[in-house]
Design a protein around this ligand. Structure first.
Ligand SMILES: [Zn+2]
Length: 148
């Protein structure tokens, strides 16, 4: 399988950046463009970089069946302490009302430094929702902490 090589630019000139933003939030942009599973797995990897463990006792989950349920955001029980948890337990996803594709799109747009008001318009959600998710994504380390 041929692998595409991406070059990551650390510094993007202002002009190019604006053009990139325009391309990203073109009129056809919609979270439905993203594959739900890919978005979910990506977000879960960001939230659980150490792998899957019980949020209560720290026991490592190894069962393929349990891992599969967990990855689908289903409720699983810990073999050590019997407590129930999901992949969202104790993370920024707990109680989240945004669907995973919209959340992924939101993180992507904010990462491109698209202004909050434009992100809200593009995703058809409120300014307050985008703003509170920006804080949560920064806390979770998914977005860089400062705009510097
Ligand atoms: Zn446990």
């Amino acid at each position: 399988m041929q692998r595409v090589k991406y070059s990551v630019k650390m510094f993007i000139p202002e002009k190019e950046f604006t053009m990139m933003q325009k391309q990203v939030i073109g009129e056809h942009f919609t979270p439905a463009l993203f594959n739900e599973k890919v978005c979910r797995v990506w977000i879960l990897q960001q939230l659980h970089p150490e792998g899957v463990t019980c949020p209560d006792c720290g026991a490592v989950v190894t069962s393929e069946k349990v891992l599969s349920t967990w990855e689908n955001l289903g409720r699983v029980s810990c073999r050590s302490c019997s407590r129930y948890f999901t992949a969202a337990s104790g993370t920024i996803l707990q109680g989240a009302k945004l669907d995973i594709q919209t959340l992924y799109a939101l993180a992507l747009l904010l990462n491109f430094k698209v202004p909050i008001v434009r992100v809200a318009q593009t995703l058809k959600i409120s300014y307050g929702t985008v703003s509170s998710w920006e804080i949560r994504l920064k806390l979770a380390g998914i977005l860089p902490d400062s705009g510097a």
